[in-house]
Design a protein around this ligand. Sequence first.
Ligand code: NDP
Length: 248
Amino acid sequence: MTENAKRVAVVTGASRGIGRSIAQRLAKDGRHVVLVARTESALNDVKHGIEANGGSASVLAADIADPKAFASAIEKIAETHGRLDILVNNAGITKDGLALRMSDEDWNAVIGTNLTSAFVAIRAAARAMMKGKFGRIVNISSTSGVVGNAGQANYAAAKSGLMGLSKSIARELGGKNITCNVVAPGYIETDMTQNLPQQVKDHVMGMIAVKRFGTGEDIAAAVSYATSDEAGFFTGQTIVVDGGMTMA
Ligand code: NDP
């Protein structure tokens, strides 16, 4: 593939954590990566890092919890580049609490940011993917969505919802050479997990077969495969990358 025909990949939540690692990996794989999150300065830092390593990236600040604005952002990316080949819905939030005490606000915020945003992005990106006769969609879920987690009813519902969404999209768009899969990380060391009590971290470590916490690179490696040209026969699946924590 020539430089001009680089595949264009959108990665949400690319300003830090797992999303940053995914963006860096896809750039290394030769993609032009469009970095999406709310904090433009952090996105610019990631872009400069990618470029310093010989990769290609651009920045688009957007709030994925605002469906109209996010859909327009995705459409704008496809229009600007004349294509959109890869979509990684990675951005996510937690608002933990026991279900009986959980507010409607915390439920809706987590469902909106973690699940509805993925649907909105896929719907907005599908036209360009169909036009290009190629699409690779990856939704970042969580082991909480696979096996559930006390205190995370909203988050687990959203992350589990991504699996149903992905299987349905895989069935709807498979005939157009568009695949849709899920990568479900276990415990990964990022801003999202750093403030968990030490007791919780010790408990989790006890359940991890490989006896270490995961890194963004561990997740990026799975995303790299699922978004590759050669993964055309791989769709509707969930890859759990958790060091053997759940083995569900
Ligand atoms: P971080 O909290 O470290 O990063 C979250 C990213 O999402 C940031 O780039 C943030 O950027 C972006 N983001 C959050 N809300 C919005 C929004 N409304 N609009 C646009 N961007 C937004 O999270 P992780 O890297 O740890 O997690 C990434 C994904 O992996 C999430 O979906 C998470 O649920 C999942 N996951 C993480 C695990 C872990 O152990 N860390 C385990 C299992 C799953 P900004 O604030 O600038 O908008």
